[in-house]
Design a protein around this ligand. Sequence first.
Ligand code: SF4
Length: 321
Amino acid sequence: MKPVKPKNFYITDWAMADEKCKARMERMMEGFGQPVSKVQVITEDEIEGLVRSKDWVDLDIRQGRVPFTGDPDVVFNKFKWTPWEETKKFIEGNDLLKNSKGYTRNFLRMLYGCMDHFHLESGKGKRDREVVCWQLYDLHSAYGCFHKCQYCRRGRVTTLMLNIEEFLGQVDQLMAENPWQKVFRYDVETDCLILEPEYGMCRALVEHFAEIDDRYIILFSKSDNVDFLLDLDHKGHTIMLWTLSTPTVSRRIERETATTEQRIEAARKCQEAGYTVRFKCKPITPIKNWREEATCSRSSSPRWSRTTSAWRCSSSTASPS
Ligand code: SF4
């Protein structure tokens, strides 16, 4: 994993009681370079006190507006898969969940183990404004991120679901219920590569989708932590997707991400390993001279001329979606 240094670690008691989750937590603690004794076990009843003491009651503040205090705390966790009626009752009886909104609401639901492992992006609002936009299910197994993009709000705390085998079973069910969707994206609520290979979710998804006809998984990132992917037998069913921003934005606004050049180099490695590679140019951040910086073919900068051939090469790659 990337050399990140969270100060505080927690694990829910229902994750700790699961041997596979516990083993995964131990492997990740080794990756963090920290002893397992640093992980504090929390019960469901203790979550509210933790949330209030850490001021996680309102996470909907962009990181550029709050002072950075290092890497996020980590809460190891486990999906509970409770039926919606039961979940709804639980939410209604919990002030914290009932009164929260936006990203905070989803994070808190994840913290209690009762958030869905997907969300539907219907795209309807955009289509109503005559913008072409597809509908899709996004997959999630974590809320929170170690990158510090100034426009994002995910950097204060991360909760990671460790029941990967059950997650894959739920993804199969989602696919069976939605035969129209061929390509699934993972994960817009975190950066999926940073904590790999110790976490193990990316490898599990790559190998799982490799065995499914006519379905593909997108791994979406701003990281260059790809070496663990290069020898996997993906069978062409994994698409690597990077946000591609300009060099200045990658350094000054998307702090602690891989730089533009590092992302392109990571894409090159993945392309050589047979992965389909894609870039998405979003968000467009309005810095001085953004248009010149973003127009690589017109730039005489050595930094850009190094990257231009990789961009051309990758952007011409065929994709199944
Ligand atoms: S990489 Fe994505 S999830 Fe992470 S801080 Fe940046 S925008 Fe947020």
